[in-house]
Design a binder for this molecule. Sequence first.
Ligand SMILES: *Cc1c(COP(=O)(O)O)cnc(C)c1O
Length: 423
Amino acid sequence: MENFPFFTASSKILALAEKAQARAASQFAQINTTQRWNQQKMLAAFQRARVSESCFAASTGYGYDDRGRDVLDEVYAQAFGAEDALVRYNFVSGTHALTVALFGVLRPGDTVLCATGTPYDTIQGVFGLPGREEPGCLKEFGVVYEQVDLLPNGTPDYAELEREIASDCKMVYIQRSRGYSLRPSMSVAEIEKLAAFVKKKAPGCIVMVDNCYGEFIEREEPVARGADLMAGSLIKNPGGGVAPTGGYIAGRKDLVELCSYRLTTPGTGRELGCTLGHNRELFMGAFHAPYVAGEALKTAVFASALFSELGFAVTPTPEEARTDIIQAIELRSREALIAFCRGIQKASPVDAFVVPEPSPMPGYDSDVIMAAGAFTLGSSIELSADGPLREPYAVWMQGGLNYPSGELGVLLAAEELEKAGLV
Ligand SMILES: *Cc1c(COP(=O)(O)O)cnc(C)c1O
């Protein structure tokens, strides 16, 4: 690789980057194919839903007959291979969309079984796990939470699930992405297998997937492969880096309808909700999403390859099949973790002059450092990295709106380690 006049890396890092690219080449070829598939799928969804310029018109007040809102739902339903979808900028986060889905379909006395171990941090407080009984949590409404941990190799514990899933179990909950853990993420094929297993034990059981970070990484989504419902955030993969906020719920028509009564009110559901003029950017985000997710994925694979060349443990490895855009790197020291985040920050289009510092975070027992210079606050489809300052000093990196800028961020992160004498 060569230096252009705008940013520089040492010859050692550039040489390793070249090796990393060679190592990533076959993955890149595969990603390009999936990216092409998903982009065409999205384009076909736009055409089938008959997206027209009038869909971009703003509505106010109750938002009755907002055609753009309804057509956007149809676009995502088609692209996800779902019967139906609810896509709204009114979802304040992925956690909110997941929460609306859970409260939408669960009722007092129901049991929900999480089949992928302890769920993502913010979701723990929604279920009301021991020590995380937030006011208003599902536990307060009499929803019983049960959990089956993953096996040490990160796959579902089918033997334990066989014992634990009762015939009247209302929901099995699956988290696709690793979140901030070092367990592997769960492929759509594994989710399909798990969903079929659940349905055999308990035919009426709802299989729900936390699909965050997984959208458009494989050719199909979990709801096209046996899951009943899934939800996620529009400031991750499915918003294409364009959606300024929002989330989605997609899946079986009857379940999405129940969710709509929780999103607004019983009786009004999806008929209400003005869009104020946000439809155009949400459509644009949907259109860009498959491409951008592919670019973020390439950035993750390149990071995996380069930091593997530099001698760090990486998960997934450059060769491993992927189902989300998260890359974890064990940096082994406080200094290396800080240097990495500072390098990522230096490749940001926004706030590149800011120097990330470790600081305390609510809910963490150690300081946390974060790098992000994004157009959208908290967006993690834009290049970002973070990690807690404790063993093994792992960093979780994700995003990159386009590969050249993502690649540069990874390169500058490596360069910061090199400058600090850490590699
Ligand atoms: C990001 C994420 C969520 C939702 O997080 P928000 O910050 O609320 O959007 C839920 N689960 C997983 C696994 C995630 O990665």
